[in-house]
Design a protein around this ligand. Structure first.
Ligand code: NAD
Length: 345
């Protein structure tokens, strides 16, 4: 990479993972936010989880199929576009599965992120926005708040927290400005319904559409607060203009927690179907995880929370018309020991 002290700023924006679920909604939000003017958006995605059809067809958007692990690609793109803003969403986000694919998890989610951070430092990106996760809190007591010391308990959360720390170090040493969001349990239109590892709302809808019972690990008393994607993307998009967000970490999502049993009922209701469930062996997971959102509320006047009923009705209308591909098993697994039996199918 060329060391150039007079790096000129462009108005280009990089969105990694922009063919994925949250990333494609973020592209929409950026295109719809007139503070970006006529900025060009470059989406980099290896399509391992995303779909080309998710990327908006718009002359301002350029799609590049490739991996954030490809250092020469990343350097070439930064050299060509000199991104003013980077939104980094690309990741393999199957938290539960990360126990069984540790090497892949750290290569993809940690080292891939580091490639982007290096380039952002080198090319003097104005702001680096990163979607972390509440997985960083591990089994801390809910409501989880940003002043708590993160103690992630799975490789996915460990990688996310390592990237958070690396961004703080990059800021201290090189002045790279960043914003970190910890969204949680995001659901909505364009979620990959064929993914058997995540997320629970998509898995439930997939099973209902195939006339199968909704699978619940354990007794279903686990609690989560489910967040519609439309509450996330405008906040993330606008964060680069918000001085209150610079070098800050925010929980992002809904306040109200539901049990997985309650969720199954609400998903079936939204789909207009009878809620049938099957209880599987419990898996190793945090039992109760929901957050406080006072910090994001104070910093972002446009932060809103869609009710679960309304969000599910929007997603259900989309899911009934969506083409659901065949679910792929992740290969190769690095560890098979203690793998939930339903993931062997
Ligand atoms: N969905 C949630 O509930 C949630 C919650 C917290 C954080 N997040 C984070 O938000 C981001 C987006 O999640 P999502 O739910 O939209 O998942 P997603 O799988 O739909 O999107 C991730 C995208 O990244 C791409 N990708 C993966 N590895 C890549 C690589 N090496 N190079 C290029 N592209 C790659 C995938 O093809 C996919 O399109 C992730 O970083 C995830 O960890 C998601």
């Amino acid at each position: 990479m060329r060391l150039d002290k007079t790096v000129s700023q462009s108005s280009s924006i990089l969105i990694t993972g922009g063919a994925g679920f949250m990333g494609s909604h973020l592209v929409d939000s950026v295109l719809g936010d007139n503070r970006f003017g006529e900025a060009r958006v470059v989406v980099v995605d290896d399509l391992s989880g995303g779909k080309l059809e998710n990327v908006p067809r718009d002359p301002r958007v350029e799609f590049v199929r490739g991996s954030i692990n490809d250092q020469s690609l990343i350097k070439r793109l930064f050299d060509q576009h000199r991104f003013r803003y980077v939104y980094h969403l690309a990741a393999y986000a199957a938290e539960g599965l990360s126990h069984f694919i540790r090497n892949f998890n750290y290569s993809n989610n940690l080292l891939g992120s580091v490639n982007l951070i290096n380039a952002a430092i080198e090319y003097e990106t104005s702001c680096f926005v990163f979607t972390s996760s509440i997985a960083v809190y591990g089994d801390g007591d809910s409501p989880l708040t940003e002043d708590m010391q993160p103690r992630p308990v799975d490789p996915y959360g460990i990688a996310k927290f390592a990237v958070e720390l690396d961004l703080a170090a990059a800021n201290q040493t090189h002045g790279l400005k960043y914003v970190i969001f910890r969204p949680h349990n995001v659901y909505g239109e364009r979620q990959n319904l064929a993914d058997k590892y995540r997320n629970v709302v998509g898995i439930f809808m997939n099973r209902l559409l195939r006339g199968l019972p909704m699978p619940i690990f354990g007794d279903g008393t686990q609690q989560r607060a489910f967040t519609h994607v439309s509450d996330v993307s405008p906040v993330v998009a606008g964060s680069v203009f918000n001085p209150k967000a610079t070098n800050q970490v925010f929980n992002l999502g809904c306040d109200r927690a539901y049990t997985v049993n309650q969720l199954a009922e609400k998903v079936a209701q939204a789909m207009g179907m009878t809620p049938t469930t099957v209880h599987l062996q419990p898996r190793h997971e945090v039992h109760v995880a929901y957050c406080g959102h006072e910090k994001v509320r104070a910093a972002f006047p446009n932060f809103s929370q869609t009710t679960l009923e309304h969000g599910l009705s929007l997603m259900a209308a989309w899911a009934k018309e969506a083409t659901i591909g065949e679910g792929q098993s992740f290969e190769p697994l690095e560890i098979e020991k203690n793998l939930p039996p339903s993931w062997r199918e």
